[in-house]
Design a protein around this ligand. Sequence first.
Ligand code: AMP
Length: 277
Amino acid sequence: MKIFHDIAPLRAALKNAGRVVLVPTMGNLHEGHITLVRDARKHGDAVVATVFVNRLQFRPGEDFDKYPRTLSADAKYLEDAGAEFLFAPAEDVMYPTPQYFHVDVPDELATILEGEFRPGHFRGVATVVMKLFQIVQPDAALFGKKDYQQMLVLSALVREFNMPIEVIAGDTIRAEDGLALSSRNGFLSATERAEAPRLHRLLERLVASVRSGDKKFEQLENAVMAELKQNAWSPDYVAIRRRSDLQAPSADTGAGHLVVVAAAKLGSTRLIDNIEI
Ligand code: AMP
């Protein structure tokens, strides 16, 4: 695997690489990222993974400074997974001047759910991914459904700007006890780690109710919120939404078109999860 920290040599190396598949990450890689990289291999000739902790998508007070940076372990992991190229730019390579141009994500996607609790987050995500698309010029890009709203934002970005990039969504990879893998899981204490799978368990229970015909969505959402609170979580939201745009479903939106999305804090760690219904 070739490692690049600068744009020009990366671009030169990619010139004759055939069909290029991009897997953007913030590093501290786990099996979720690595599964995306392995899948990426099936969609092209050369896999480019990127590792960059993007300041633009963090708000003051969020965990930008303490976000784990583990580049040498990440590089080894990526090499084993079969990535051909790793692009790991320093901050002044991605942002040599302050970033004055941004991707303006429409409110319908940017200010709901994650966007309500992390204002400006998707603007930062869309802007850095737009930059990575320009730098790498991939033919395809993989994003995880673990970050469901992000995946929708980036699919819409590609569609609306007519970018010739195939967007591929990867399934959420979980620990054996159901907890969605996340770099943030490393922040959990042993007690919190034992408690953490409750979020997924409660979402599964909600999904089972919807699948068996329960249409009282608000009641189901509230029941999960209440049970999280009883167990010392601080939930931000639990919401059954349309898969296509994460808006509230209408009465005739059936299973197969729904997703339940949730975010909750356990101690000082904020976890998100979702299940398609
Ligand atoms: P991150 O490093 O958290 O920005 O994630 C990089 C990419 O990996 C994003 O497309 C995420 O959606 C995806 N990802 C993160 N965790 C998982 C997981 N547990 N399963 C599948 N994809 C994931």
